[in-house]
Design a protein around this ligand. Sequence first.
Ligand SMILES: [Zn+2]
Ligand SMILES: [Zn+2]
Length: 152
Amino acid sequence: MGIDIAVFLIVFIAMEWVAWALHKYVMHGFLWYLHEDHHVPNTQRWWQKNDFFAFFFAVPSFLCILFGTQLGAPSWVAAFGFGIMAYGAAYFFVHEVIIHRRLKWPVSQNWYIQSLIQAHRAHHKVATKHGCICFGMLVVPLKFYKKSLAKN
Ligand SMILES: [Zn+2]
Ligand SMILES: [Zn+2]
């Protein structure tokens, strides 16, 4: 049980780094063609090609949970999957709901959320493959925390 919780937490934290690398080197790299419509939105449709990246979180977490709970793999394998799933849910909530307001769920803002918003706005300042900054989502450069703390 203890190991499962440890695996869950480590995977959740590590996923921020994985998502950062995915965004910086893959989405703004050889799969830019799928990410481009997130930076230059097509106003004709709600879905973005960029939404394809949800599978990056969903498929491995589904498989880990399936094997860890149903197919005889050790329980930490399921915990690994739940860690990815929880990170994917947090990413979705912060990025699609809070920042881009693609779903109009009511959200309250605190200094932490405000610093994530500011950092991601800085990412969207540039709408091209190269030249962007702030590829992380839940962990952003210190200056954004300092700025929003100063305002609160
Ligand atoms: Zn981007
Ligand atoms: Zn965005």
